[in-house]
Each structure stands twice: as C-alpha cells, then as structure tokens.
Design a protein around this ligand. Structure first.
Ligand SMILES: [Zn+2]
Length: 218
C-alpha cells in the first residue's frame, strides 16, 4: 500500500514571487501524481490545535496579519493558508501519510520568532509541533532543511521556570571530543541539557551537534 499524500491546491494561492513559492510543492505534487499516489485534502487546524504550540497573542496576530518580517510577509489571508497547512500535518500524522502543503513551519516558535532569530523563515504556524502535540505520542522529529529547526526546538524544550540545571557532567565529557561551540544544548526530553537526576534514556547520553561549515555558520 502506498503512503497517502496530503495536499491542497489552495496552498498554491499566495506568495508567487517568493523563493518559498507555489512551484515548490506543485512540482512535488506533479511528480507524485505521475507515480500514482493518492492525495487527500486537509481541513484547517482549529484554534485549540494551534494553541497547543503557540501563544494566543501570536495566533491573534497571524489572524490580523500583524506578522511581518523580511522573509515572512503578512500575505493577504495568510491565516487561512497557515491553518490549512497545520491541518495537513495533523491529517498526515493520523493516517501515517506525508503532507506537502505550504507554508512550512519549523522556524516558527511559540510567539513567532524563535530563540532570538530575526526571521520566521517563511513559517507561520509550526505544523509538525501542532501534529505532535495532538498525537500525544513520543515522536522523533527528523528535520531536514538548510537551517536549524529553531521554532520546533523552542516549542518542545523545557521551561526555565522548572529550574532544572544544565547537566555539566555530560557537557564536560562531550566537549572532550566535540568543539564546545558546536554542541547544541537542546532540551530536557532530547538532550542532556535539563535531564535532572534521571534522563528519559536511562544511563546514557546523547547530543545534538551543529555540523554546518564555518562558512554557513557566519
Ligand atoms: Zn529554513
């Protein structure tokens, strides 16, 4: 049985001039259609579903078009496009399918811009985070992009208010083999940053490493 593809023609309806343009998913759609894949139309994510990953103020601002940065313009009706794309991820996670809708999501954090990055990089709602929150399942997020998935990290990382300190012991071991400035601290679920006395993976440790070249890191 072939994986079902979640897609909507509607997601081609904005941002024709932009590098993250309709042709990106249209091309993927056409290739998959020629190979005989079945397509399913998503429904928009509800406000409650979006609020599982984003703050109410940010949701309000996207609805009102009060979100604008150089990469991520406040297109007309962007809320409709963004909530439908989040709905695509929700549907794909329910059917073990694959969503090729747009806008993308992984640079969008709780309040939009994530971890001090100046742009949301074409992302409005964090589609994968909304789908994972809804599923409630322990999930491996494999994030493939030229950039770090800063929005996704921010949404899933621990809360400073919990006051769990950085795991210095693990950090000191890792920095013997990996340059310190390439170690990504991560969060309490996926890394040694805030694991507390007992991490989720038992007596072992893992790290996330920044593998970009020096040129890319500039
Ligand atoms: Zn990116």
């Amino acid at each position: 049985m072939k994986t079902k593809i979640v897609y909507s023609e509607k997601c081609l309806g904005y941002g024709t001039w932009h590098v993250e343009g309709p042709q990106r998913v249209k091309t993927a759609h056409d290739v998959l259609q020629a190979k005989g894949y079945e397509f399913l139309e998503p429904k928009p994510a509800t406000d409650d579903q979006i609020l599982s990953a984003h703050d109410a103020d940010y949701l309000f601002n996207v609805k009102k078009g009060l979100v604008e940065d150089s990469d991520t313009p406040a297109y007309k009706n962007i809320f409709e496009f963004a909530s439908l794309s989040a709905g695509g991820a929700l549907l794909a996670s329910k059917i073990n399918g694959f969503s090729i809708t747009r806008p993308p999501g992984h640079h969008s954090g709780r309040n939009g811009n994530a971890l001090g990055v100046y742009t949301r990089g074409f992302c409005y709602f964090n589609n994968i985070a909304i789908a994972v929150k809804e599923s409630g399942k322990k999930t491996l997020i494999l994030d493939i992009d030229g950039h770090h998935g800063n929005g996704t990290q921010e949404i899933f990382e621990g809360d400073e208010k919990e006051g769990i300190p950085k795991d210095e012991e693990a950090f000191n071991e890792w920095k013997k083999v990996i340059s310190e400035d390439r170690i990504l601290l991560g969060n309490k679920k996926d890394n040694f940053w805030e694991m507390g006395d007992t991490g989720p993976c038992g007596p072992c440790t893992e790290i996330h490493v920044d593998c970009r070249s020096d040129e890319e890191r500039k």
